[in-house]
Design a protein around this ligand. Structure first.
Ligand code: FE
Length: 337
């Protein structure tokens, strides 16, 4: 039987018959929006003849997989952020994939040691500064965010947000817990206001004069520049690639994992391979102004114009392992209050 691609609504899940395995369609549970996945999946179907179905949700997919257990129709999970990928592993919901194509296309630090998840795109956690009130080159590292000179001048979203937790985890990995905590206390002391909003809101706050320095993911800046309502705010800030001349800029990933009970393992792995190859890498990265995980793929367009990203080579798995320590550190520092 043929299935229409089910996007957009969780309700669609109940419409997926169990017989999807019979026609060998690949079923994807996705935290990523349809507009990002559709071009990729269409290209995959065109090339292989294998159909795909997507169930999109904002949250709760791992709980859903747990609940469905062996009866789950899901073959793959596609999501952003290392913490969400790691959550799947910790709940034992993903299967190890030992695959030469994936291992050669995706750098070792961007995949799980046993292939339980693979990074597909990366994004830098950048520093944004006011073009008006901060000189070019005045701040070049995350470490400097704790410097007294930025007192009452920094804006960030909640310290508990996974993007910040991953950054703080990387600080723990590079400096040890004690030094990382001292640093975070310094950053907190420099906040212009209580942590709030999302990454875009921090860029807007610089534009409004609330603060001079902010932290945010690279693609938000890119997407704001393409949004008529947000371009002006984005144009008021400069994007700094932190630690570019040292260990590199902290990156996070979007990624894919094979589910433990995947009914169509074979085709699902074919799709994973496809996603790691240049054609798909290009489409996927460009759709959200991200960087391809595959280092052989050229960065194009606006993202290339920003200059070269020197990514921190720290393993995302190490970042995942430091997550709990980072959450506790944020609590001890009482960062959000
Ligand atoms: Fe985001």
């Amino acid at each position: 039987m043929s299935l229409k691609r089910a996007t957009g609504a969780l309700v669609a899940l109940s419409l997926l018959p169990m017989s999807v395995s019979a026609d060998e369609a690949v079923n994807i549970y996705s935290y990523r929006q349809a507009f990002l996945l559709d071009p990729l999946l269409n290209a995959f179907t065109e090339e292989t003849g294998i159909e795909t179905n997507v169930v999109f949700a904002k949250k709760g997919l791992s709980e859903r997989l747990e609940r469905e257990g062996r009866n789950s129709p899901a073959d793959l999970v596609m999501t952003v952020d290392i913490s969400r990928l790691n959550e799947l592993v910790e709940k034992d919901l993903t299967a190890a994939v030992d695959n030469e194509t994936l291992d050669s296309n995706i750098p070792e630090n961007l995949r799980h040691p046993e292939g339980k998840w693979f990074g597909l795109t990366t994004r830098g956690r950048m520093i944004f500064t006011s073009k008006e009130r901060v000189e070019e080159g005045e701040i070049t590292t995350y470490e400097e965010l704790a410097d007294d000179k930025w007192n009452d001048r920094i804006c960030t979203r909640s310290g508990k947000h996974p993007y910040n937790i991953a950054l703080f985890s990387s600080m723990i990995a590079h400096h040890g817990e004690e030094e990382a905590q001292e640093w975070l206390e310094g950053v907190k002391d420099n906040l212009a206001r209580k942590p709030q909003g999302g990454d875009r809101d921090q860029i807007k706050a610089i534009s409004e004069g609330v603060c001079d320095v902010a932290i945010g993911n690279s693609y938000y800046y890119g997407n704001m520049l393409e949004d008529d309502n947000q371009r002006e705010a984005a144009e008021d800030v400069r994007m700094v690639f932190p630690n570019a001349n040292g260990r590199g800029t902290h990156i996070n990933i979007s990624g894919v994992a094979l589910t433990k009970n995947a009914p169509n393992r074979e085709n699902a792995v074919k799709l994973m391979e496809f996603l790691s190859q240049p054609k798909a890498q290009q489409i996927y990265a460009e759709a959200n102004k991200e960087y391809p995980a595959n280092p052989d793929v050229e960065v194009k367009g606006m993202v290339a114009e920003w200059g070269e990203l020197n990514p921190d080579s720290l393993s995302l798995q190490t970042i995942a392992e430091n997550r709990d320590a980072a959450v506790k550190m944020v609590d001890r520092v009482d960062y959000d209050n």
